[in-house]
Design a protein around this ligand. Sequence first.
Ligand SMILES: Nc1ncnc2c1ncn2[C@@H]1O[C@H](COP(=O)(O)OP(=O)(O)OP(=O)(O)O)[C@@H](O)[C@H]1O
Ligand SMILES: [Mg+2]
Length: 415
Amino acid sequence: MIIRNISLENFRNYGRLDLDVGPSVNIVCGNNAQGKTNLVEAISVCSCITSHRTSKDRDLIKSGESGYKICLEFDGSGYYGSVASLENQYLTERSPLNNSGKPRRQLKIDGLLTTHTNEYLGHCNTVIFAPEDLNIVKGAPQHRRKFLNMLISKVSPSYYDLIARMNRCIIQKTALIKSYRGNDAYIRNDDFDFWDITMADLSSEIIIKRMRFVNMISKKASEHHSVISDGREVLSVSYVGMPFYREIEDHLKEKGLIEGFYAENMDENVYLEVKKLIDSYLRAAFRKSRKNDIEKGICTIGIHRDDIDIKLNGMVMRTYCSQGQQRSAALALKLAELEILRKHYHSSPVLLLDDVFSELDKGRRMGLLAGMDNAQIFITCTDREYIEKELDSFLLKDVEPAFFRVMNGTVERES
Ligand SMILES: Nc1ncnc2c1ncn2[C@@H]1O[C@H](COP(=O)(O)OP(=O)(O)OP(=O)(O)O)[C@@H](O)[C@H]1O
Ligand SMILES: [Mg+2]
């Protein structure tokens, strides 16, 4: 996957930008607060719709403007073959281009509007390594859910829709719950049953995907972490949420289905059996929580509260480990993401390294760049001389890096 051109309109501190980039290593230099991170963020937001820094699209719009647009032109090698451009435009209700009265996103593939996010994701994959990755290990559960949701969506784009549909259900069920104003004396069970059945159906699919991906992440991240820590520490990642998750694993083990469940291509019969089982657990759990939901005024249980447990030598990393250990674990998790994507698409995603390169020691850089021989990489830095010296030590092949200077929302290519 090679990006050839990036164009921006009103994205963060960029007014307009039309930039041809190099096919291998692109070094983006500049002083602080000039727009280096904004540039790699734009690439990432065009590729996977969501920003690693914010969940609010409005933050991404240049202040005073009413919408942003990002377009990437790239060589459509890889899984989908011929696609050559992606465009992600977001317009607020104030935009003269938007008369719908509410914020609107327009996604285009090769210039043609698509209404299905499923079709958009996966064409131009990127993996961003940024200081915010630390939140995956250290932050609130929503950061880990976001990491997991985005990775699954990149590999299996229909998952993005599942999550969107699930979020809409949660909003509607919450409205129903709130209509009782804490009074559970006359519950209309039919209304709740409808949402419980719909949510159990969607959630069971989501849970199966999450269980399988966390298993994959755990294996790959622990391998990377073992290399990073010279085999001294053991990293483990597990999926946690509703209490019955463990029972499902136990059930699969008992029936000898566990390997089939986690196999690359899961057997259809195993899938159907597990889905049915989860579905029934969920319906029972939703029903049981009805009174509590009304009392609290929210959906108290569900996949929107799931988390992943990240442990080092059996200890919860979030509370017990040092900053250095947390950083290593975050790197191992992102390396697992990179590997999963590379394996699935049989080609390397574009690597975006924001502020992380100079922080890594030589061993970790090698770990990061192993197998990235033909990949396109963007590296941000403040000190060109330093990075030039460092590049010699890690570039294994005869690559010509391209240098760019970022200054107050403009980018110039340097020789
Ligand atoms: N929505 C926005 N509208 C206008 N300016 C913005 C917006 N969002 C961020 N900025 C500004 O963009 C500037 C550049 O931010 P960016 O994070 O890209 O800096 P950077 O070059 O990566 O700096 P550093 O080296 O400190 O990481 C900042 O001054 C920030 O205030
Ligand atoms: Mg930055």
